[in-house]
Design a protein around this ligand. Structure first.
Ligand SMILES: [Zn+2]
Length: 69
């Protein structure tokens, strides 16, 4: 139950650390911050690639964290 609640309580981070990831489209590491909260008001970084504009979660959960989610 505590793990479930950690996914819905606003203003708190999701239970993962994630990793910085390069752009999946062009490979650039250069980003522009778009938002630091998601639609549930939880801490979740969204960035846009400064080269091509593709948006992504940053830091991106790693494979093990996605599996746990
Ligand atoms: Zn890009």
């Amino acid at each position: 139950m505590a793990h479930f609640l950690s996914h819905i309580v606003p203003f708190t981070a999701y239970p993962y650390k994630g990793e910085a990831a390069a752009c999946n489209l062009c490979g650039s590491d250069s980003t522009l911050d778009i938002c630091r909260k998601d639609r549930r008001w939880k801490k979740l970084g969204t960035v846009a690639c400064a080269e091509c504009g593709l948006m992504r979660t940053q830091p991106m959960p790693n494979d093990a964290e996605l599996e746990a989610y």
